[in-house]
Design a protein around this ligand. Structure first.
Ligand SMILES: [Ca+2]
Ligand SMILES: [Ca+2]
Ligand SMILES: [Ca+2]
Length: 314
């Protein structure tokens, strides 16, 4: 009769264990953490965000919301559930009519993109992607702001969303580069900054060449855009005016005045000097005639025949 005490002891141990487990369950009812693929989860208890216990459980009345991961599409199932309190059991989302929604949980579609993200108009190809190729759902590819701009903040991206590339722009700030101030322009003379680029120009007296950057001198004389009264000489970047003989350039640099040659040494005339516009003439007193040089005066001939000098004859 030794088996009866053993059975009694075994029964007592089992009863104690069941009681302890039952008390524990009643004291600390939990739900499993319910990890659903391709989702993220936020759980709150009485409004405070909570995480699963070290045993991977939530306590009763914890309310969780599941969302599909970036790039995955929600295709069904409840996003929000409440821990009912029995292990492994979550109360399904209650509808407004009091009925509980029947579902296993949120379902997300996460198909990969077969092709690349493509070019962005005005910018070109993607700078880099978070992964790939191949490009899984949720892959993000970055595009810069484009030539002439720096990326201040935010993103210009394409997202692989369940096999389809979607534009994904968030608070993108592109700042114009001042190429003139940064001295990275290639203008020969004048640089003007513009939004997204810059333009070249030339100083007065030059004209921009077809290359859009270099400058050539304008020949104002040939183009007849000078305002010289008499003569014009082209110079690089400008031109100079001059005057014909007998004239002098005025202080304005353009107009010419007659030179009164008679004021300077009587114009070189032996007797009288008469100023004319652009020249002068000499004349002689009575009894004299103007010499061939136009300056000196010779006595008028007396009318006598010139003396013929005898020649030696043999
Ligand atoms: Ca610019
Ligand atoms: Ca010139
Ligand atoms: Ca004169």
């Amino acid at each position: 009769m030794k088996s009866s005490p053993r059975l009694l002891i075994l029964s007592l141990v089992l009863l104690t264990a069941v009681t302890v487990l039952a008390k524990k369950r009643k004291k600390d009812p939990t739900c499993d953490a319910k990890n659903i693929p391709n989702t993220s989860r936020v759980c709150r208890l009485n409004g405070v965000i909570v995480t699963p216990s070290v045993r991977g459980e939530f306590i009763k009345l914890t309310e969780c919301t599941w969302n599909c991961n970036l790039g995955c599409k929600w295709v069904g199932g409840p996003k929000k559930r409440t821990c009912k309190g029995r292990p492994g059991e979550w109360k399904k989302q209650q509808r407004s009519n009091g009925q509980y929604q029947k579902s296993k949980g949120i379902q997300c579609a996460c198909r990969s993109c077969t092709g690349g993200p493509g070019d962005w108009p005005g910018v070109g190809a993607s700078a880099d992607c978070t992964s790939g190729p191949p490009y899984g759902a949720g892959t993000l590819c970055n595009y810069p702001c484009g030539p002439g701009y720096t990326t201040g903040s935010g993103n210009r991206q394409r997202l692989c969303f369940n096999s389809i590339w979607r534009d994904h722009v968030s608070d993108l700030v592109c700042t114009d580069i001042d190429e003139c101030a940064a001295d990275i322009d290639n203008c020969a003379q004048v640089c003007t900054n513009t939004d997204g680029s810059y333009t070249c120009g030339c100083n007065p007296g030059y004209v921009l060449n077809a290359d859009g950057v270099s400058c050539d001198d304008v020949d104002e004389c040939a183009a007849d855009t000078d305002n010289c009264e008499q003569t014009c000489t082209n110079t690089v970047g400008s031109f100079t005016c001059g005057c014909n003989d007998g004239y002098v350039l005025n202080a304005d640099g353009f107009s010419c005045d007659d030179v009164d040659e008679c004021l300077d040494n009587n114009g070189g005339c032996a007797h009288d000097c008469d100023n004319t516009v652009g020249s002068f003439t000499c004349s002689c007193l009575a009894g004299f005639i103007l010499a061939d040089d136009g300056l000196n005066c010779d006595p008028e001939p007396t009318g006598e025949m010139p003396t013929v000098m005898p020649t030696d004859s043999p």
